[in-house]
Design a protein around this ligand. Sequence first.
Ligand SMILES: Nc1nc2c(ncn2[C@@H]2O[C@H](COP(=O)(O)OP(=O)(O)OP(=O)(O)O)[C@@H](O)[C@H]2O)c(=O)[nH]1
Ligand SMILES: [Mg+2]
Length: 247
Amino acid sequence: MSYQLFGSMAVDTAVGIVLPTYREAENISKLIDDIENLHLDTSILIIDDSSPDRTAEIVHEKQSQYPNIQLHVRPRKSGLGTAITDGFKIFLTSPHTPKYIVTMDADYSHNPQDLPQLLSTMDETGAGIVIGSRYCKGGRIAGWPLTRKIISKTANALAKFLLGLKLKDCTSGYRCYSTKFLKEAIGALHSHTYEIQIETVRQAFQRNFKVKEVPIVFVNRKQGKSKLTWTEIKSYLSYTLKATLHT
Ligand SMILES: Nc1nc2c(ncn2[C@@H]2O[C@H](COP(=O)(O)OP(=O)(O)OP(=O)(O)O)[C@@H](O)[C@H]2O)c(=O)[nH]1
Ligand SMILES: [Mg+2]
C-alpha cells in the first residue's frame, strides 16, 4: 500500500466506515455531517485517490471539526475494489479494530439514516455481511435511467445464476461487515474494481458466514459524475466468468 495518512487511527469506536472517494467534492461534506449527526459510535475513513477536485481539502476541513475522521490519500485513481480493501486493511491493523466495518458510496446514493438498521441486523443475526439491498422487498432505486437499471440487473443476474449466489442484491456497495469475517477473508480479496462486491460475498459463503439483506432506497447521485466505465464493466464480467470456471 502506498498512501499518505492524515488523522489518528487511535480512535476507539465500535464501527468503522470506509468511504471511497474519487471526485466527490460536491457530496462529501454533507455526507460526513449527516453521519456525524446520527451520533453513532463510528469513525470514518476516507480513501481518496488524489481527486483533482477539492475532495481531500474538504475532508481536511472536516477533520478540524470532528476528531473521528481519517483520510488516506492514494497517489492515483486505483479502483473501487482496492480502495475498499485498503480501507479494510487499515481498520484491521489499527490499534482499536472496530467490531463492524461499513462500506458506503460517497455520492449520497446511500442514506446514512439506514446505518442503524444495518448495524442492528448485524447484532441480531451475527452475520458476516449485511447488505443494504435495492432488490429485496421494500428496497428500490430512485432516479436511475433505464440503461443503468439494465446494467445493474444484468450484473446481479450473472452473479446469481453463474455463481449460485442466493441473494436479491449481490452488487450493492452499502454493507456492514463483521471484522471476524474480514480477518479471515482479507488475504483472499484481490479485486481491483466493482467485482469486490461479488468477491466478498463468495468468500462469506465459502467460509460459512451468514449474509443477510435489509431493504434500502438507493438514490441516483445528484452531484458529480459516475465512475462506472466500460473498463469497470469488463473487469466485473471477467471476474464473474473466471470465477464460474472455478466453481
Ligand atoms: N478511491 C476511489 N473511489 C472510487 C473509485 N471509483 C469509484 N469510487 C467511489 O466509489 C463510490 C461508488 O462509485 P460511483 O461512481 O458512485 O459508482 P456507481 O454508484 O456504481 O455509479 P453512479 O451511477 O454514478 O452513482 C463513490 O463514492 C466513488 O467516488 C476509485 O477508483 N477510487
Ligand atoms: Mg454512485
